[in-house]
Ligand binder design. Structure first.
Ligand code: ADP
Length: 839
């Protein structure tokens, strides 16, 4: 081996030793330059390497001036990555075309030859070695081989270095990553020795990496904990699968709970080389989780709708209660705007709620209306509160909605009932006020008008009418009508309403008829000749009619109301009208009775007046007749008596007898005239109330007047206690005298007996006069009181038939009565009469 060869071998050996010891790229480059300068003929050398950014940079050199370094930097015969690049020797730089630009500097540096050797790896050229020679043609094949050998070593060393750096960087990155994880991360080998832990592990268990690496769980944790870890590790190693498991480990503040994901670590060939565990501390989360679960259960089971929404009004939370109340499932609701629940009238308050929430205000028990999925509106009570994140920023709102539709319905119902009750009370009060008003009106015409006006106003009719039946003095019935709200001319041209299908129920007293639009009523327009409303009739849509019926069930008339608009009359109006119709009926009944009574009274007055006049005429006649008749009669009697006295002896045949007849006739006529006079004067008392008289005294006078007769017939007159009564004494005397006189006159053969007694009855003294005379057939009980009515002829019993008539006149004059109480032929008679008792 020649010296040069020895030298080269020594250089390579030195190079290998140098590369083996190299820790950095710089070390590698320096070792390479050493090798190049000692193993080749070059006196200067440089190493250029492409940077990561693709720029060729001078990394190491020997014996190069800064000027030379500057000039050479960046020059390469091969672009980066060129594959199969070959060394480029330049034996004489002065002739090399490509180096024209460098000629001066090469000359100054006395560089005569150059050799470029590519630094290549699998990825192609990564740099170059440049050998500088001081003499031309010195770049020999051996030099190039040597240089190539060195570059291949340098490339490998650089590659190794590069990989080592990459590995270190990767490990560093991995460590950084795992150190920043909030989970506890660890890697163990198959024997359970820790190979890697992160900072969280160190912090949690207060062991440094150095203290942990290479140790097992048993050296760090209590035995039973370590057993549990080991057991889980074994399961992972046996199954080769990921194991998610809950593990516990003691820490300063007690035992912490971890959710660990444990999985096998495999080599690139798939063999399991260890085990990795990533454990998240869920101690707090578990507590939180438990309460969250609790809370979630409460939210879910709540009957109220619990809704979460963000500040844009988008629904984020939706519980079962919300589904029940609003009809949307959570899937349908979440992600949609809350405005989907807005009812037409509630959209504005939704906006204001959201604005309040944005300002951080809370809304409590706000009652509003929302819309369900099925479109129905419901009443809800809302409580809305802002939801804040950890920093206190408002991020949305929680809303609790309670369905208060039932309560609202009850409230509405109650309000309705109350309103109805108030209406009813108002109606009753109204009718109570109207009742007396109507009752006080006794003129049927005015009453009908008042009823019509009042009813039209109270039912809110545009116009109203009252068709009512009237019966005149002759008993003939016809129909009248009153109007309200319309002039009489409005009806003048139309006939009276007849029993058409519409009107019949009212005129037959079959109850109320109410229609929102009578023209749509099935009964409307059925009857001719008009088939509906006649041309020019007041426009009627709303229709209300009620019969007015008397207590006896007679239909007195019908009240009819109309309005040109539809739906004007309500149930309330019906109630008012039926009340009013009843009141009107009573008032009409009363007015009619009153009118009838008035008529009867005036009739009575009129006939009384007639009677009085007739009586007066009769009295005048009787009085004047008796007076006027007495005079010629007296002349007749006196003349007859003179005739008899002066010429009686001269009279022949039956002339004397005839003359006797004349005298007797004149006497009888005289007594008749006196009776008539007595009768006519029996009522002739005027002025003032009757005076008091003791009936006993009057009886005594009468008996004294009759004394001769009583004695003549041996009669007995007895009497009980007699009262003071209201009458004129002379009349009472006359009465007693007549009755006792009759008892004596109509006696039987045995001595007459008369008994007078009285009883008191309701302010009247009832006198009874009982005799034992011939009696009277009861069928003549009334007859005998008639003027000139008698039961016997003059031969049997003289008399004029005026006595009892006079008695009747006297008694009736004081408001009393006289009658034959009891009698039968041959069984005596009892006469009774009454006088007002003085009180
Ligand atoms: P007069 O006695 O003049 O006939 P009165 O009017 O007094 O007329 O009586 C009418 C008739 O009533 C009498 O004619 C007589 O027949 C009958 N009458 C009246 N009083 C009695 C009596 N006490 N007993 C029986 N009959 C009597």
């Amino acid at each position: 081996m020649d010296r040069a060869a020895d030298q080269r071998l020594a250089a390579v050996c030195e190079l290998v030793a140098g590369l083996a010891a190299a820790n950095t790229t710089e070390d590698v480059c320096q070792a390479a330059l050493d090798g190049l300068l000692s193993g080749t003929g070059a006196n200067r050398a440089a190493i250029l390497i492409f940077d990561d950014d693709g720029i060729l940079r001078l990394r190491a050199w020997r014996n190069l001036t800064p000027e030379c370094r500057h000039a050479l930097a960046g020059y390469t015969p091969w672009p980066q990555g060129t594959r199969n690049a070959l060394p480029v020797p330049i034996p004489d730089v002065s002739v090399e075309e490509g180096l024209q630009a460098y000629r001066d500097i090469l000359e100054r540096e006395q560089i005569r030859a150059l050799a470029f050797v590519p630094l290549t790896l699998d990825a192609g050229v990564l740099g170059s070695l440049v050998l500088h020679y001081a003499a031309r043609n010195e770049c020999t094949g051996d030099d190039l081989n040597m240089a190539r050998a060195i570059t291949s070593q340098v490339a490998l060393a650089l590659e190794r270095r590069h990989l080592a750096n990459a590995l270190a960087r990767s490990e560093c990155r991995l460590q950084t990553i795992i150190d920043h994880s909030s989970a506890v991360i660890l890697v163990k080998d198959l024997q359970g020795r820790f190979q890697l832990i992160n900072r969280r592990f160190e912090g949690a268990f207060h062991f440094s990496k150095q203290e942990v690496i290479g140790k097992t769980d048993y050296e760090i944790f209590p035995r039973e904990i370590a057993d549990r870890f080991r057991e889980n590790d074994r399961e992972v190693l046996t199954s080769g699968q990921v194991l998610a498991v809950q593990e516990s480990a003691p820490q300063d503040d007690g035992v912490h709970t971890y959710i660990s994901n444990k999985f096998p670590m495999r080599d690139p060939d798939g063999t399991i080389a260890g085990i990795c565990g990533i454990a998240a501390d869920v101690t707090n989360r578990k507590v939180l989780g438990d309460s969250s679960l609790h809370l979630a259960a409460i939210v879910e089971s709540s009957d109220d709708a619990i809704i979460g929404k963000d500040l844009n009004g988008i629904i984020r939370i939706w519980n079962k209660g919300a589904e029940r109340i609003f009809g949307y499932t959570a899937a349908e609701a979440i992600g949609r705007p809350i405005t989907m629940l807005a009812a037409a009238e509630g959209i504005e308050d939704m906006r204001s709620i959201l604005n309040k929430i944005r300002r951080g205000e809370r809304i409590d028990h706000y009652e509003t209306i929302r819309r369900r999925k099925d479109g129905e509106t419901i009443h809800v009570s809302l409580t809305v509160s802002p939801v804040r994140d950890e920093s206190g920023r408002i991020i949305g709102a929680s809303k609790i909605a309670r369905d208060i539709s039932d309560r609202k319905n009850i409230e509405r119902e109650r309000t309705l009932l109350l309103a109805r009750e108030q209406e009813t009370r108002k109606t009753a009060e109204l009718l109570n006020r109207v009742g007396p008003m109507l009752a006080s009106e006794l003129d049927t015409g005015k009453l009908a008008q008042t009823v019509t006006d009042l009813a039209t106003e109270l039912v809110g009719g545009k116009f109203g009418s009252f068709f009512h039946n009237v019966v005149d003095e002759k008993g003939e019935s016809y129909m009248l009508y009153t109007l309200s709200g319309a002039p009489r001319e409005a009806f003048a041209g139309f006939p009276m309403p007849r029993n058409t299908e519409i009107f019949a129920p009212t005129f037959r007293g079959q109850g109320l008829v109410r229609s929102d639009d009578i023209t749509k009523d099935a009964r409307y327009g059925k009857s001719g000749p008009y088939f509906g409303m006649p041309e020019g009739h007041l426009p009627v849509r709303s229709y209300l009619a009620a019969p007015v019926m008397s207590r006896s069930g007679e239909v007195l008339g019908g009240l009819f109301f109309g309005h040109p608009l539809e739906g004007k009359f309500t149930v309330q109006h019906e109630a008012i009208l039926s009340g009013l119709a009843a009141q009107a009926a009573i008032a009409l009944d009363n007015a009619r009775l009153f009118e009838q009574a008035q008529w009867a009274q005036s009739e009575l007055k009129r006939s009384n007046e007639d009677l009085r006049r007739a009586n007066q005429d009769l009295e005048t006649f009787a009085y004047s007749a008796s007076h006027d008749l007495q005079e010629p009669l007296r002349t007749m009697a006196i003349s007859a008596q003179l005739l008899e006295r002066n010429y009686g002896k001269e009279l022949k045949g039956d002339a004397a007898q005839i003359l006797t007849y004349v005298v007797e006739g004149a006497q009888r006529m005289e007594s008749l005239i006196q009776d008539i006079l007595a009768y006519s004067t029996a009522t002739r008392y005027t002025g003032g109330p009757p005076p008091s008289v003791h009936s006993g005294k009057a009886l005594a006078i009468a008996l004294a007047n009759l004394d001769a007769l009583i004695k003549q017939y041996g009669a007995t007159v007895t009497f009980g206690p007699l009262p003071v009564i209201l009458a004129h004494e002379n009349r009472l005397v006359q009465l007693f005298q007549n009755l006792i006189g009759n008892a004596l006159k109509y006696r039987r053969e045995d001595a007459p007996r008369v008994h007078i007694s009285t009883v008191e009855r309701d302010g009247w003294s009832v006198f009874s006069l009982v005799d034992n005379g011939i009696g009277i057939d009861r069928k003549f009980a009334d007859y005998i009181f008639g003027l000139f009515k008698r039961l016997h002829n003059r031969q049997e019993h003289p008399g004029s038939g005026i006595g009892l008539a006079i008695c009747q006149r006297i008694v009736e004059q004081y408001g009393g009565r006289i009658w034959l109480e009891d009698s039968a032929p041959g069984a005596g008679s009892t006469f009774c009469f009454t006088f007002p008792t003085r009180t």
